[in-house]
Design a protein around this ligand. Structure first.
Ligand SMILES: C[S@@+](CC[C@H](N)C(=O)[O-])C[C@H]1O[C@@H](n2cnc3c(N)ncnc32)[C@H](O)[C@@H]1O
Length: 206
């Protein structure tokens, strides 16, 4: 956790420039795809500098949390520039200070690959989603193609150490283990990029 916080402290001011290039090359219209499906009370995990803010429908009531105060400050400036009212707070996606079953949507873009324990964050998303609510994700993930995965395995330790970023995460498997139903899964770029829409079943008793 401390390493992640320190890393984003160092790069907060340059994050937008860095991610611009990555986004154009790999993510395409992923932010629009994810945010366009958000409805009602929406929670964004690891909101960062608020790059998704322009893509949410106007009627969405958004709470955004991030571990890093410097990232949250930039997100607040972005929200003000957009004239968008958003509840932006410092918080830990692995242990949310939020009431059970209060959100219609949870969003995470490029966040589950950075959160130290992504399984705990997924369990927390389940807890705060109302039955029938959706978890919407855009991220780089472990490729199902074995030669690509072999390269990811080689690069992962360096990526984790230098960028606090995990290359071998499998959010789809983790979502299914948590009980989510996968409604839409779109993979691209040799299986490295995934867009996921997953639903907490309506009849869930938790
Ligand atoms: C790669 S950035 C993505 C930011 C933003 N979601 C985007 O799409 O540009 C990862 C973000 O996750 C945040 N993060 C990492 N671990 C976290 C945690 N446990 N709880 C909340 N945010 C976390 C980092 O501070 C950082 O802002």
């Amino acid at each position: 956790m401390e390493r992640v916080r320190r890393y984003y402290d160092e790069i907060a001011d340059t994050y937008d420039t860095r991610v611009d290039y990555y986004e154009k090359a790999l993510a395409g219209d992923g932010r629009q795809w994810v945010c366009g499906q958000a409805t009602g009370n929406t929670l964004e995990l690891g909101v960062g500098t608020g790059r998704n803010l322009p893509y949410y429908p106007a009627e969405v009531r958004l709470v955004g949390i991030d571990l890093n105060p410097a990232m949250i400050e930039i997100a607040k400036r972005r929200a003000a520039a957009l004239g968008r009212s958003v509840d932006l707070r410092v918080g830990d996606a692995q242990s949310l200070d939020l009431v059970d079953a209060t959100f219609d949507s949870v969003v995470a873009t490029l966040a589950l690959s950075s959160i130290p324990d992504d399984r705990r964050a997924i369990a927390e998303a389940w807890r705060v989603l109302r039955p029938g609510g959706r978890f919407l994700i855009l991220d780089h993930v472990r490729s199902p193609l074995l030669p690509v995965q072999a390269i990811q395995r080689l690069l992962d330790p360096v990526s984790v150490r230098l960028h606090a970023n995990h290359l071998l995460r499998d959010p789809v498997g983790s979502l299914e283990r948590e009980g989510f139903g996968i409604e839409r899964l779109e993979r691209s770029k040799l299986g490295i990029i995934a867009r996921v829409s997953a639903r907490k079943p309506s009849l869930s008793t938790t």
